[in-house]
Design a protein around this ligand. Sequence first.
Ligand SMILES: NC(=O)c1ccc[n+]([C@@H]2O[C@H](COP(=O)([O-])OP(=O)(O)OC[C@H]3O[C@@H](n4cnc5c(N)ncnc54)[C@H](O)[C@@H]3O)[C@@H](O)[C@H]2O)c1
Length: 276
Amino acid sequence: MGGILVTGAARGIGRAIALRLAQDAHDQGARAQLTLLDQHAAELDVVAAELQALGARVQVLAGDLSGLDFAAQAVAAAVQHWGGLDGLVSNAGAAFPGALSDYPVADWDRTFALNTRAPLLLAQAALAPLRASGGSIVVITSVSASHATPPLGAYSASKAAALMLVRQLATEWGPLGLRINALSPGLIATPGTALAYADPAAKAHREQRVPLRRIGEPGDIAGAVSFLLSDAAAYINGAELVVDGGLTHTMMASLPQQAWQDQAAQRRLPQTAAAG
Ligand SMILES: NC(=O)c1ccc[n+]([C@@H]2O[C@H](COP(=O)([O-])OP(=O)(O)OC[C@H]3O[C@@H](n4cnc5c(N)ncnc54)[C@H](O)[C@@H]3O)[C@@H](O)[C@H]2O)c1
């Protein structure tokens, strides 16, 4: 059995994914073998201790995935440590806010380096070991891949490119026995989005926009990642699993609809009278 590499595992969604994979293995009477990668070394150690308490075996790798070399080095280290690789979760990502009218090119480049290039470099490095194990890749994209998200600068464009990267890799590598899927979270409360929920009124406003009437928890994403990595998803390849409580289907419902509501009320009147 090889390991599973989770990037951005010190906080938020990545941490929840690692915890979920450890819990899954524990529930099956097994021990997960997890490589946790993040730029925050001290926080990684805290998560590693949480995972070990669930019986998981853990390797931690601290470094910056925006660089050109770290992705391949990390995959090689994981493969060497576990003797193989069973899965890759490309989760680390970030947004550098700003209007596009004068968006700094350095922010554009670092957004794409992390959100788009790193998933490619990780996947390239993982190709041979995942081919050997029959493992799979999940890339955490975003509902912003399909919906413009001002004022998050290059974020939407970088996630849209990552989504197409997943589709193309699925097409190229499916014949090799690999599955690659995208998971697009909606509104999830994490350290990375804490600012958006600091104001209770802003949080309540966002909750009202979600059909399930709540902001998602990191665990909501982790469960879906666990599914995509599992044999239950054996025929799912190149898919985008949107996990957003229904948020992205609400565009028409968010428009003023009074005229139609009035007409609906009028249409009901005669029937009500007849029934009475
Ligand atoms: N939270 C949301 O609402 C939401 C919605 C859609 C998509 N996403 C995506 O989910 C993923 C996780 O988001 P989150 O909300 O948990 O974020 P977060 O900021 O809470 O956690 C991200 C983790 O990635 C690590 N990381 C960031 N840049 C890195 C780098 N250059 N090298 C190594 N590690 C790095 C951070 O240190 C952190 O531990 C991201 O790809 C994000 O775009 C989040």
